[in-house]
Write a protein of this length. Structure first.
Length: 87
């Protein structure tokens, strides 16, 4: 889970289970794509990432389902970054 700035003075949580998504979030926080993208993911210490560990894929799926979570996908990150993302 990653704590993000919602832009209205509040914070939110983005959930991800894909290392590529987390890497893109890290790149956003670093300012690689410019300050506009960095603001949502940056804090004084960079990306605020907390890793949750589960005994199995099934346990993780159950946690996601029970808590009605939506995972951030690689496609969503590509859409968010648009033209900023180089192939």
């Amino acid at each position: 889970m990653v704590i993000v700035d919602c832009g209205d003075g509040s914070n939110g949580i983005r959930w991800a289970d894909d290392e590529k998504v987390i890497n893109l979030m890290n790149r956003c926080a670093s300012g690689e794509f410019g300050s506009w993208y960095a603001e949502g993911y940056m804090s004084g210490d960079g990306l605020q990432l907390t890793t949750l560990r589960f005994k199995s894929e099934e346990a993780m799926s159950d946690f996601i389902s029970m808590n009605n979570l939506t995972l951030t996908t690689l496609e969503e990150m590509h859409e968010y970054l648009g033209d900023e993302l180089e192939d």
